[in-house]
Ligand binder design. Structure first.
Ligand code: ZN
Length: 658
């Protein structure tokens, strides 16, 4: 545990609130303290309102903000006095609490105050920091966690038993604090939940958090409970893509919507998934309750998704019947899957969500392993966890995420993705919520879409069957399957009359424009068959299929062959619920194949200037890569759900085609 406070950086802050932002970000940077929106911080300050009256304001982290990236506007200013009165009430329902918090915020447009706002209010220190530190959880999540915490910290912390976050927890903390806090007290440990620190300055409160967690880490080391297990068996190099796609299909069926399933076969995950006690320890529950929203209470062990979903339904009805308000069951699909063969797989409606689940579970493994080494991993009861999972205030956070995009949870593969129509297709699909694997001969493909979790750029020579197999394996390990295939890569050789066309050149064009696409279609077919919403293939053909041009024999013939291949696939694959459609673009000049030389030659062969040639169509319009890409994406969407085997021109209108 390292104290990251930098006096020079901190010196740039001109207000306490800026310091609050600075030290919150320091906490956020350490993923052993907080992860993905976890934890919260606050500050109390006196301000004058518009009437000139002085009032005390609590600046508390707004819901939906992440400590790592929080800004001044991420803190909600709430009047402190009414919060302290609320803490005196015997009871306060969640809707009442939410209403009171919202109506005491002093700035319109501020985020909703954290659900732990009242708790921050009742701690009588200017700065308050709260994390879910792994090391503290590893100690509190044991049978004798409380005694160990007492042994480590003495009177330096107040110990609070687990209470559901929100109003109840704030009340218990207030009571415990006023009864037990000593002058030396610098923090509070919430059993099976996390740790608070506080102080008069941002630096003091932050420093105390680091010191408290450091002491927990040292304790774990002293107890021989720090080192994590190592993998016994390395990853088997065998192909797993069909197994993974089948697993994803089952998970999506249980979830009722397509999902991204990301596989993580690092040594740590394999070690845990292959561990002798995994059946037991993984089935106890999460390290801290707020993980449950992303990881569910339990991981799936192995691949029987149906049994997992049945178990989840039983868990829901068992617990829902115990509480008075009606609850609607969340989807019963697992979010975490442990398998001795591939290690860890995580599930989400997007690559980002699957990534969050991975991060949370990675830290859960650390906590479990260390707590086990201390004498045994203990978690909250099933009822307590259910109460948190189905807590309205937590459900509301998920609902705030809004409507899902059309391709949420779906995976697309685009060839020729580094430039032109392929790159535009990547963008069109990402925009609609898909995760995209982009293939290209050009290594630049790795960064086609920048660095983001929903794009995987793979250098791949599609004329090599091995290279295609490797790319598919990698795409499926990353995202779980394949729903959409955009066959875009192609070559357009320099103009050559038939009498001068060598067989070698002809074959080179066919190798990319036809043969490679056959390999791709054949290898993708079993994956597309397992697409939860049906597979979709879009083939980028050419105007030249219907209206070839002189000098373009190899190109025109190869695109015609590709078109026939796609038409036959449309006939054959309908029974597997795979749609195959063809776009015939023409004169798309912002692509890699249109070098100046080719452009000039083509224009010349029609007796036109380059400018006139560009708009030489019925609509007198220029056709761009994005025009083709948008239509390709739409062809994969619900508007064309009943269309297969179609050939659509994207050419501004061409007399010879019409
Ligand atoms: Zn918390």
């Amino acid at each position: 545990m390292k104290n990251l406070w930098d006096a020079a950086e901190a010196g740039k802050c001109t207000t306490d609130l800026e310091l609050r932002v600075y030290s919150s970000r320091l906490l956020g940077r350490d993923d052993t303290l907080v992860l993905h929106g976890g934890g919260n911080t606050s500050m109390k300050v006196k301000e004058r309102n518009v009437a000139g009256e002085e009032e005390e304001i609590l600046y508390v982290k707004g819901s939906g903000w992440d400590l790592e990236t929080i800004e001044v506007n991420g803190f909600a200013p709430v009047r402190l006095a009414p919060l302290l009165k609320l803490a005196q009430l015997e009871t306060l329902s969640d809707p009442q609490m939410v209403n009171e918090l919202a109506t005491n915020v002093t700035r319109t447009g501020a985020p909703s105050p954290s659900v732990e706002t009242i708790l921050h209010a009742v701690i009588p220190h200017k700065f308050v920091d709260h994390t879910h530190a792994d090391a503290v959880l590893a100690i509190t999540n044991t049978g004798d966690g409380e005694a160990r915490i007492r042994e480590i910290y003495g009177d330096d912390v107040v110990i609070v038993p687990y209470v559901m976050p929100g109003f109840e927890l704030a009340k218990v903390c207030a009571k415990k604090f006023s009864a037990e806090a000593k002058p030396s007290t610098i923090g509070m440990v919430l059993l099976k939940h996390g740790v608070f620190s506080f102080g008069a300055t941002a630096e003091e409160s932050y420093g105390r958090m680091i010191a408290l967690v450091e002491r927990a880490e040292s304790y774990l080391k002293q107890q021989g409970a720090w080192d994590l297990p190592v993998a016994e068996k390395p990853v088997a190099p065998k192909s797993v893509r069909l197994e993974l796609a089948a697993l994803r299909y089952d998970v999506a069926s249980a979830a009722g919507s397509p999902v991204v399933l990301s596989t993580h076969s690092e040594a740590k995950f394999l070690a845990f998934a292959q561990g002798g006690n995994v059946r037991e320890v993984s089935q106890r529950g999460p390290a801290t309750p707020d993980h449950i929203l992303r990881t569910k209470r339990l991981p799936l062990l192995g691949r029987d998704v149906k049994a997992y979903a049945a178990g989840y339904r039983e868990y829901f009805s068992r617990n829902a019947s115990r509480i008075k308000e009606a609850k609607t069951m969340l989807d019963p699909a697992p979010r975490i899957i442990l398998d001795p063969e591939f290690g860890l797989a995580t599930v989400g409606r997007s690559a980002k969500e699957a990534g969050i689940a991975r991060d949370l579970y990675s830290h859960t493994i650390d906590v479990i392993s260390r707590a086990e080494a201390l004498g045994g991993y203990h978690v909250l009861s099933e009822q307590e966890l259910f109460q948190f999972e189905y807590w309205d205030l937590e459900q509301a956070k998920l609902r705030r995420a809004g409507k899902q995009p059309v391709f949420a949870g779906e995976i697309a593969l685009v060839t020729g993705a580094a430039s032109g129509i392929g790159k535009a297709c990547v963008e069109a699909l990402l925009k609609r919520g898909a995760a995209v694997a982009g293939l290209d001969l050009d290594p630049q493909v790795a960064t086609t879409a920048g660095s983001r979790s929903d794009f995987l750029g793979l250098q791949c020579d599609i004329t090599s069957e091995d290279a295609i197999t490797r790319a598919l394996e990698s795409a499926v390990r990353t995202y779980g399957g394949l729903d959409m295939l955009i066959l875009n890569a192609g070559v357009f050789p320099a103009s050559r009359p038939v009498e001068a066309l060598s067989l070698e050149e002809w074959r080179k064009v066919f190798a990319v424009n036809v043969d490679a696409n056959l390999t791709l279609m054949r290898e993708c077919y079993p994956l597309l068959k397992l697409a939860p919403g049906g597979g979709r293939v879009v083939v980028i053909g050419s105007k030249n299929v219907a209206a070839p041009g002189p000098g373009a024999a190899a190109y025109s013939a190869s695109k015609a062959a590709l078109t026939q291949l796609a038409r036959v696939a449309a006939l054959e694959w309908g029974r597997a619920n795979i749609r195959v459609n063809i776009l015939h673009p023409n004169a798309v000049f912002d692509t890699a194949i249109w070098t100046d030389e080719v452009l000039r030659a083509r224009a010349e062969s029609y007796g036109l200037s380059v400018e006139a040639y560009k708009k030489n169509n019925i609509l007198r319009t220029e056709v761009r890569s994005t025009d083709v890409a948008e239509l390709a994406a739409e062809l994969c969407g619900p508007t064309y759900a009943k269309t297969t085997g179609a050939q659509i021109p994207v050419d501004g209108g061409n007399e010879r085609v019409i």
